[in-house]
Design a protein around this ligand. Structure first.
Ligand code: ATP
Ligand code: MG
Length: 434
């Protein structure tokens, strides 16, 4: 619509065409108001029953809420209008009428449960709060891309249909690929590693990962978006530096550019980008601190994975983003390198928000022989990963990287209760459509 003016741009004195959804109809007797909403906001359209064309007034009064209309008229100053201006219409056209029974109330006056909202995402995203989450998510991804470019990383896209998974078959979705078994990829791990040995050296990818995890939790999806980074000639500490900078850049961009969205989410006052350095705790310190909180029934010992309640207790104790480093080698994946001076210690790290894990990373095993042994110890057939391991014979530099869940980043940043709030169309145990 070439001559369309966004409601936010309509200024007194304009002769304007506004188009959008009927948010509200207020009939006060001799006068009535239509509130028209578009992506930028809302504007009042005035209907004076005795003074305006009868047909025009009738069209305006008969239209159902959430119908799409086009209004042409003069924009006038009106201090009593919600935005200080109103449109005095010459014409009102109903472009797409909405049924009067809606599955969801987009004005937000009637609350809806999450499943109802997800089943009707289109209507749900007419609400400012829901829309704000996805505008912020877009800003996060924009800022993350820019931060990676500042680090001279090249954006890549790796295949999502693969012959073999990263860490074996347990969490993979199988598919049929021209009569052969294939899988949806659970991580770009192996492919991004292959790129550090290419001429690109330093890469990032923002793309889907597929996890056939059976559990149904507020922080797991079966299709998630992973923000991945990998760099040649990096050790785990350098990878952590980039991780911290990228997460901070996302927060800072939202703080700077998403004021209206934060207001819509009622977060404007409390939102704060992390400023100090993220503390780096070793795994040993982490289990000691968890044990000291007394929150767990049983004390953690060396080699235990951190249970969810332990992560919560530690998160409360630390109170900000932090890293856990120096994990026992046996509980980190085989492709993560051990410390050169102590092979019981892994260079793997996790970056945590007080509420949950956001990132896993580490320095990778780049020595061919060690890598093959790792596959065997894991019970995986190295031959199945030949496309990957082979490249380690032709000059693979030391390298490190990490993966960050985009939805978990948005979820924790905006204090959302459920990760599904941060995905347009979530995939989980119960949900394959829409
Ligand atoms: P968790 O232990 O919390 O299930 P993970 O250790 O299995 O996570 P990784 O394989 O380390 O996850 O993936 C790196 C990051 O990707 C995680 O820290 C998380 O932010 C994100 N991620 C992984 N799996 C999921 C999932 N099922 N849903 C949403 N995000 C995920
Ligand atoms: Mg992890």
């Amino acid at each position: 619509m070439k001559d369309r003016t966004y409601t936010a741009d309509a200024a007194p004195g304009d002769h304007a065409t506004v188009a959008g959804w009927v948010h509200e109809i207020r009939d006060l007797g001799g006068i009535a108001f239509l509130i028209v909403r578009d992506t930028t906001g809302k504007i009042q359209v005035k209907l004076e029953k005795d003074e305006m064309d009868e047909e025009l007034v009738e069209t305006g009064l008969d239209v159902s809420r959430e119908s799409v209309i086009k209004v042409v008229g003069d924009v006038k100053e009106e201090p009593r209008a919600p935005t200080g201006v109103e449109v005095v219409p010459e014409s009102i056209e109903v472009i797409a009428a909405a049924e009067t029974q809606l599955p969801l109330d987009p004005s937000g006056k009637v609350d809806a449960e999450l499943p109802t909202r997800l089943n009707n995402r289109t209507l749900d995203l007419r609400r400012d709060e829901a829309k704000a989450i996805f505008e912020i998510r877009a800003e996060v991804l924009r800022a993350v891309r820019e931060a990676f470019r500042d680090f001279h990383a090249t954006e890549i896209n790796t295949p999502k249909i693969v012959a073999t998974g990263t860490e074996g078959g347990t969490e993979l979705f199988p598919i049929t690929y021209f009569g052969e078994e294939a899988f949806m990829n659970q991580s770009p791990q192996l492919f991004k590693q292959l790129m550090v040995g290419s001429g690109l050296e330093r890469v990032f990818e923002i793309g889907p990962i597929f996890r056939a995890e059976e559990h149904n939790t507020p922080r797991h999806l079966n299709e998630a978006t992973s923000i991945d980074f990998e760099s040649a000639f990096f050790d785990h500490t350098e990878a952590m530096d980039v991780c911290e900078a990228v997460v901070k850049a996302a927060y800072e961009a939202v703080e700077e550019n998403c004021e209206g969205q934060l207001e819509a989410l009622d977060l404007a006052d409390e939102f704060e980008a992390p400023s100090g350095e993220f503390p780096r705790l070793t795994y040993e310190e982490a289990i000691q601190r968890i044990n000291a909180t007394g929150e767990l029934d049983e004390q953690l010992v060396w080699g235990d994975d951190l249970p969810t309640e332990g992560e919560h207790a530690l998160g409360q104790d630390v109170g900000e983003h932090y890293f856990i480093t120096d994990w026992p080698s046996e509980i980190k994946p085989f492709y993560i390198k051990d410390h050169d001076d102590d092979e019981t210690l892994s260079t793997g790290f996790d970056m945590m928000h007080p509420r949950m894990e956001l990132v896993s990373g580490g320095q990778r095993e780049h020595r061919y022989q060690r890598l093959i042994e790792g596959f065997e110890q894991q019970g995986l057939d190295p031959d199945a990963f030949d496309y990957y391991t082979k490249m380690f014979k032709y000059g693979m530099p030391p390298h490190a990287g990490w993966g960050l869940g985009a939805e978990r980043l948005v979820m924790t940043m905006l204090d959302l209760d459920n990760i599904r709030e941060a995905v347009l169309f979530p995939r989980d145990r119960q949900r394959l459509s829409p």
